[in-house]
Design a protein. Structure first.
Length: 309
């Protein structure tokens, strides 16, 4: 499914995003070609999978207030707020952590507020129950007729929007790999690929919940399983927005070698995983492996590796 024409005309996303080969000896010595799918270049305010996941949801909202969820450093909240500013519709961000309501806004939430997003802070117990009818009814009673988009933007419309990513890679690679938070991008990517290609998801969170989540999203979006996909859950590095000296050193080295600023929460873990899998012989000689670069590093003032985004 293509992005809505009206949004394309207003926001002018750069799609299809560039696909670029990079020479990296860690891959080349195993006969593996590494390609970077530069979704981070799609749009300055809605980069990567944020554009692909939000486009159909925003079209469905038809100008109504969009209400969505995120943590104190949520990229998804920032992208939604930016879309509201650019397209002229109201946004509400339900933020995890009611203790934040009485503190100065951090740079990420300040950016949301500057873009016109109304911030509504809830305690962590309520936030965990955000999909329950009780919590949703309470939010609707507060904010009225709103379009609700889940945390991370992953729902059936998001998965459908991400099929375009798979179609752009059709025939271009053997394996298309993406870092995963809530599963929507992987669900759509796999559905859009051609027969003979496969999608690989690298979860950045622990917990083993992503497999069922991707299966559910594909049922909701496509009526059942679609495409060939798998997960490798060994590269979460302690959990969401967590890192280690080894991962940091790897990301810095990749930046030095290839001139690519490496986003640490998702992209660093993806590239590390692909390097390790190549060393393990997971990809046959002659394989073309595409890494989907889903975002850009935050400005230093927005970075906080201890807080989930």
């Amino acid at each position: 499914m293509n992005s809505p024409p009206r949004l394309d005309a207003l926001l002018r996303p750069r799609v299809p995003s560039p696909l670029r080969e990079v020479h990296d000896e860690r891959f080349a010595r195993h006969g593996v070609m590494l390609l970077l799918k530069r979704d981070d270049l799609i749009h300055p305010d809605l980069p990567g999978n944020k554009w692909r996941k939000l486009a159909l949801n925003l079209e469905a909202a038809a100008g109504r207030t969009v209400l969505t969820f995120g943590g104190a450093y949520s990229n998804h909240l920032r992208a939604t707020a930016a879309a509201g500013r650019l397209l002229g519709f109201p946004t509400v961000g339900v933020v995890r952590g009611d203790e934040l309501a009485h503190r100065p806004l951090n740079p990420s939430l300040a950016r949301c507020a500057a873009d016109g997003m109304r911030l509504h802070f809830v305690d962590r117990t309520t936030y965990r129950a955000k999909a329950s009818s009780e919590v949703l009814e309470g939010l609707l009673s507060l904010f009225g007729d709103v379009e609700v988009i889940p945390e991370g933007g992953s729902n059936a419309l998001a998965a459908q929007g991400c099929t375009a990513l798979g179609r752009e890679l059709a025939g271009e690679c053997d394996v298309a790999a993406v870092a995963c938070g809530t599963g929507g991008t992987l669900a759509g990517l796999a559905a859009g690929l051609s027969p003979g290609q496969r999608a690989l998801g690298v979860p950045v969170l622990r917990g083993g919940f992503l497999g069922p989540a991707v299966e559910r999203l594909q049922r909701e979006a496509f009526g059942g399983p679609s495409g060939n996909w798998s997960l490798d859950e060994r590269f979460a590095f302690g959990g969401y927005a967590r890192s280690t000296p080894e991962l940091e050193a790897f990301a810095a080295d990749f930046e030095d070698q290839h001139g690519l600023p490496v986003e640490r929460v998702y992209v660093a873990k993806l590239l590390f995983a692909l390097t390790a899998l190549t060393e393990e012989g997971a990809f046959a000689p002659g394989s073309r492996v595409s890494a989907v670069i889903t975002g850009t590093p935050d400005a230093p003032s927005l970075q906080d590796s201890s807080v989930s985004r």
